[in-house]
Each structure stands twice: as structure tokens, then as C-alpha cells.
Design a protein around this ligand. Structure first.
Ligand code: PMP
Length: 301
């Protein structure tokens, strides 16, 4: 499996600071500000059948994340869009995961980091789009994390910043050690927030419910799925959701670039039965990401 090849020991090229370089040469020094102080932001994108889904939206979020961390990317959004496509093309990929990353370099090793060069890399690796709705509809199992999404005045919650993933990795490890796939995280107020790398949706009485993204990422997949639901006349409600409400929801699924639409069967003591609305949106999302370039994207509305 491609996933087992170490990420620093692969053939081909990736885009680094303006040009394609041999994959194994794309190295940083141990004294990098990004590594010590988490001055790093990134994106996760997918190319389907030769097109990166919502590429411009991802690139623009990358720039916004960098801006929030006081980093100015020394390229234009257009250059990063082109770099993302190039990172796939140079590897000969049509279905791939694309990872742009921005970080502060090694010029200044202190909390202050203004003198550091801002580096940008984009790498792509193969990630075939597997689609077996029957298998997926069994649903995954989630635990409940002891970590909470922080308040917007505690951490830069609107940025897709490396530092915010510290509690996601711990939560995910604990979930896997407990024998479940992932963890649901509450927020600093105790409301239902999201999973460790994906947003969460629920179904109640034919309506779609999802937490208001006021202290976590308003995912691009989340926005696409909401648009797809509305196109099907499924009412969509964004509001704060209390944990005790989970017992009253019939269906649950996660959304994210990597997760796509992933049905959920269980969150801690709460059980769900992936059903009609989940299956419809899972299928619609699959169709949307694979829509030919010339066709009008429903979720672009
Ligand atoms: N929340 C977190 C913590 C994530 O890592 C992701 C994946 N980027 C998402 C939500 C979903 O975002 P998107 O749909 O833009 O991939």
C-alpha cells in the first residue's frame, strides 16, 4: 500500500519555494521556527479524475490561515493553484491527496519570528477514490475526546494551523487505543464541535443539523454538503448542539476532504443508523467531486 512508503523516501518531485525539486531533497533544518513554535499552516485537497476539487477555495483558506498567523506567503494565490496542479501532474497522478504547507524558516529562533523566511511546499501522493456506498453505510465508531476545541480568543481557531492539531492527534490516538475509529470533540462551552479531522452532521426529523463553526474550521466539504442538501430541499440548520441531544438524532456523518462523507454508527453511548439522507448526500458528494470540469457544480452555488 502506498501509505506504507515513508513520506521522506519517495520517488518523483514536489514543489518547494517556487520550483519542482527531487522528493528526497525537500528537507528543512531542525532549527526551523515552524517546528519549534508551530508557525505552520497547511491544506488538504483531493484531485479527482485530474481536477483538484475546490482548489481555489483551499488556496484562499491557506492564505487566510497564514495571514491569521502573521505570515505573508511570498507567492500569489494563482501561483499556488498552479503549483498544486503541477505537484500532481509531475507525479502523473489523476486521483491524489494534495498537501500545501507554509512555515517559518530558520533565520530566527525565538518566539518572535519576523525575520524568518516564509517557505511554501506542495506535495501530492496517490489516494485513489474508493467508493463502496454499501461498505461505507455500515458507519464508523467514535469515542468522545477529553479535549475541547478552544475558544477563538484562546487559539486562532479559524486557521488551519498545525498547532491546533496537537489535541486532535492526542484524541485520535486515544480513540484508536480504545478500539474506535475517531473521536468527537466538544468545544470550550461543552457544545458538540467536530471530529479530529472532519466536521459533523446529524439528522433529526428529515432535517440536517450541524454545529455553528464559531470555534473550529468551517470545512469546505461541510459547505459543499450543505449546498447539496439544500439543492435536494433538505432543510439545513446550523446551531449549537448540546451533547444530551445526541440521543434524539437518527443519523450522523462526518465531512472532510479526506473523510468525504463518512457515515457514523456510534458516538460513545449514542447509536445512529446511517439512512436515506446520509446515503443521498454521500452519493451526491461523490458525483459532485467527479463532475466534469465543464459541468456546473451544484455546490458552487
Ligand atoms: N475540521 C478539521 C479539524 C479538519 O482537519 C478538517 C479537514 N481539513 C475539517 C474540519 C474539514 O475541512 P475540509 O472539509 O475543508 O477538508
Amino acid at each position: 500500500m502506498a501509505d506504507l512508503i515513508p513520506f521522506d523516501d519517495r520517488d518523483g518531485k514536489l514543489w518547494l519555494d517556487g520550483k519542482l525539486v527531487p522528493w528526497r531533497d525537500a528537507k528543512i533544518h531542525v532549527l526551523s521556527h515552524g517546528l519549534h513554535y508551530a508557525s505552520s499552516v497547511f491544506e488538504g485537497e483531493r484531485m479527482y479524475s485530474g481536477r483538484i476539487y475546490k482548489l481555489e477555495e483551499h488556496t484562499s483558506r491557506l492564505f487566510e490561515s497564514a495571514r491569521i498567523l502573521d505570515m505573508t506567503i511570498p507567492f500569489t494565490e494563482r501561483q499556488i493553484n498552479e503549483a498544486s496542479v503541477l505537484a500532481c501532474e509531475t507525479q502523473g497522478f489523476k486521483d491524489a491527496y494534495v498537501r500545501p504547507v507554509v512555515w517559518r524558516g530558520s533565520e530566527q529562533m525565538s518566539v518572535a519570528g519576523q525575520a524568518n523566511k516564509i517557505h511554501v511546499a506542495v506535495a501530492a501522493w496517490q489516494w485513489g477514490s474508493y467508493f463502496d456506498p454499501k461498505e461505507k453505510m455500515k458507519g464508523i465508531r467514535l469515542g468522545i475526546s477529553r479535549w475541547r476545541r478552544p475558544a477563538p480568543d484562546t487559539a486562532p481557531t479559524a486557521a488551519k494551523a498545525a498547532g491546533l492539531y496537537m489535541i486532535c492527534t492526542i484524541s485520535k490516538h486515544e480513540a484508536e487505543a480504545d478500539g474506535v475509529h475517531d473521536a468527537l470533540m466538544y468545544d470550550y462551552r461543552g457544545y458538540v464541535a467536530e471530529a479530529t479531522g472532519a466536521n459533523v452532521f446529524f439528522v433529526q426529523d428529515g432535517k440536517l443539523l450541524t454545529p455553528t463553526p464559531d470555534c473550529f474550521l468551517n470545512g469546505i466539504t461541510r459547505q459543499s454538503v450543505m449546498a447539496l442538501a439544500r439543492a435536494r430541499q433538505i432543510p439545513v440548520i446550523e446551531r449549537h448542539i448540546k451533547p444530551e441531544e445526541l440521543s434524539g438524532f437518527s443519523e450522523c456523518f462526518l465531512t472532510g476532504t479526506a473523510a468525504e462523507v463518512t457515515p457514523v454508527a456510534e458516538i460513545g453511548p449514542y447509536k445512529f443508523k446511517p439512512g436515506q439522507i446520509t446515503e443521498t448526500l454521500l452519493t451526491d458528494y461523490h458525483a459532485d467531486v467527479n463532475r466534469p470540469v465543464s459541468a456546473i457544480s451544484l455546490s458552487a452555488a
